[in-house]
Design a protein around this ligand. Sequence first.
Ligand code: SIN
Length: 482
Amino acid sequence: MRRYGLYVDGQWTPAGSGKTFEVYNPATGDVVGEVADASKEDVLRAVDAAHRAFPGWAAKTAKERSEILRRAYDLMVANLDELAVIMTTEQGKPLAEAKGEIQYAADFVLWYSEEAKRVYGETIPASFPHKRILVLRQPVGVVAAITPWNFPAAMITRKIAPALAAGCTVIVKPAKQTPLTACRLVEIFEEAGMPPGVVNLITGSRAAEIADTMLADERVRKITFTGSTEVGKQLMRKAADTVKHISLELGGHAPFLVFEDADIDAAAREVAASKFRNAGQTCVCTNRVYVHESIAEPFAEALAKRAASMKVGNGLEEGVVIGPLIDRQAAEKVEEHVRDAVQKGARVVTGGHRLSRAGTKGEVHFFEPTVLLDVSDDMLVLYEETFGPVAPVQTFRDDEEAVRKANDTRYGLAAYLFTRDLSRAVRVAESLEYGIVGINDGLPSVAQAPFGGFKESGLGREGGRHGIEEFLEIKYVSLALV
Ligand code: SIN
């Protein structure tokens, strides 16, 4: 049982109201933590602290900021096992996946500890002999980072590591389901030597009140958010009032195209890796599988064989690869998608059932890894993000049809394709209206590459050298020699 307050101005303090809320293990229903439940006044305290700390942090040399981030990376790696257990306990993902996520999260901190030193300016040839044109890149100011429950560590570091490297101060608001990993991470940043006020943490069960307070405050210059497209649109509208910078990493509806020349088993392996990671609760995970009609049956069988061999259960248990869904609402959505598909004629090749049972506090919800065949366009699974372990498989006749189907969505985060034909791979990758394309690769996410979506999947990029640009203003200085 872990207990945490809010972390504001370098101090752990209770919420002003004294309120707290409980954190549950989605695999057992047990209470595993209790954290402070912030209200508007607490958020304003955090904004005050971040605003006060900003000039000092921005004025540090890039080398000084880099060294603190590097220490945070070392501490994350040294505490990897403990962080992973906390994550599995509050989020449910299998321990091996949680360890993978902590390393992935730490990689952003390492990458940006290095990138901090490469925020270069420019000089531009002037139009007059006595003038000089300089371009400076400066931190945007106070950043509010609102993060989701599906990746409780990586979505935080992917936002705050570049912000801190650029010289911004931050307020982190983790999801109410998974605040414990965030609290432990913030302790690590504190231990690494972050000065008071540079990193602040606000936990709370009233997400809208917290977000609205940050959005209304003109001292907050940037909002960076990962979550649903619907919430992202609301944040974007509200950010307009104070013309904040905004980065949005929103929903996805990833297609995976499997062409007739594919190695069927290797393709099934990559589809399974992409689809069933985090029990399908991933914005980039495959949501629709399009397979050439000549290989649909053997491919579906190969995928079903892999799915059926996946052990479902508590992520802390040996051998479990599919953990619980985060809550009842998530389980009901997955169940509705499968029911709707079956009613409209889909065939369940494997899985198809919700495995709910009583936990110590309410129910806990698991869902069998599922493969559906004979899927048609009018089924929910083909036009809504399922966010669960369900792989609907549809066929296509030629490349043109495959690309048309893949692009027929308002989303544009990640897309995947499997083929041995290099020219086809390049042509198809170029035609896909997506921010991320995996060719023969179901797991493309890495710290050094730009992550983000086209269309309603978001704005801006996280990760890599592009990720730090989101936290920098460009200043043009015109200098006349006298
Ligand atoms: C997400 O689901 O938003 C993040 C997945 C990733 O970083 O690979």
